[in-house]
Design a protein around this ligand. Structure first.
Ligand code: SF4
Length: 272
């Protein structure tokens, strides 16, 4: 669970440079020390941790959406994938945006530590205010689950907010599989597995397939043109589309045009 690593990371942060973050940091340090010393967290402790969580207002394609995300720069699996030049993660937008925006990175770091280091009850997660757009919200816009503890907590967030529908993206479906075996798949979850290579659909193992609502793949313009790939994503906002947040949408494969090829694609398709 890397609790000692995160404790040392927090203690090493400059309190002068990161003043707005100091209150949350104090809570995290206190709780990490408790669990490292073998103490059990009580209900008040869990509430305090939940109140540290940051729900982000998103921009760009996801404008008007809110998201709870962990931190890509603290995810060893994401970092490892990013070193593979054949992986879509080699050009990870989240990794780039988090690395140059300190406040964003600190907010996501707080989420990352809470999600990965503590087992928080459904009752405590109920106290987290999650704004939504028409009852829809996003999990993991700037990261991916890094442990079963994180997917367990994210499942409990969904169970505690059963009036909302959550779109959840992952490449780390192995963690989610363990969570589904424990708690079942939340009714209000739309589960998307992202292909880790451009122009190539991920092959899903049989055991995870029944849980997956959509497979999400990014294509470049040349491949779209050569193979007449059906593109549903990348040229409009999620709020005007909602494919990935709608229960009962049976399109299994959802394909996005590569961000840098969007203009070319729109021109080719005659989309204004
Ligand atoms: S397909 Fe639609 S809802 Fe899904 S990510 Fe793309 S724009 Fe958003």
């Amino acid at each position: 669970m890397k609790r000692k690593y995160f404790l040392n990371l927090l203690l090493g942060l400059n309190p002068e440079k990161n003043k707005p973050f100091n209150t949350k940091k104090a809570v995290l340090v206190e709780m990490l020390e408790k669990v490292i010393n073998g103490e059990k967290l009580n209900t008040i402790d869990e509430y305090k941790l939940v109140q540290c969580m940051n729900v982000s207002a998103l921009t760009g394609k996801l404008e008007e959406f809110y998201s709870i995300s962990s931190c890509v720069t603290e995810n060893d699996i994401c970092k490892h994938r990013a070193t593979n030049c054949n992986s879509i993660c080699h050009d990870c937008y989240a990794m780039q945006s988090v690395s140059y925006r300190t406040n964003l990175e600190l907010s996501l770091l707080v989420n990352h530590i809470v999600l990965n280091c503590f087992d928080i009850s459904v009752g405590a997660w109920k106290t987290l205010a999650i704004p939504s757009i028409n009852g829809k919200a996003r999990l993991e816009s700037h990261g991916d689950v890094a442990s079963v503890q994180a997917s367990d907590n994210m499942a409990k967030i969904q169970l505690s907010h059963d009036h909302l529908t959550f779109g959840v993206w992952t490449k780390n479906y192995g963690f989610w599989y363990q969570t589904f075996k424990k708690y079942g798949k939340p009714e209000n979850m739309i589960f998307l597995v992202s292909s880790d290579k451009k122009n190539s659909v991920v092959e899903l193992p049989e055991h995870i397939r029944p849980y997956v609502d959509h497979v999400f793949t990014v294509y470049d313009f040349e491949t779209v043109k050569a193979n007449n790939v059906n593109i549903q994503c990348g040229y409009h906002h999620c709020k005007d589309c909602m494919r990935c947040y709608t229960k009962g949408n049976t399109e299994f494969y959802i394909n996005e045009i590569l961000k840098k090829d969007t203009k070319k694609y729109k021109k080719y398709m005659g989309i204004e």
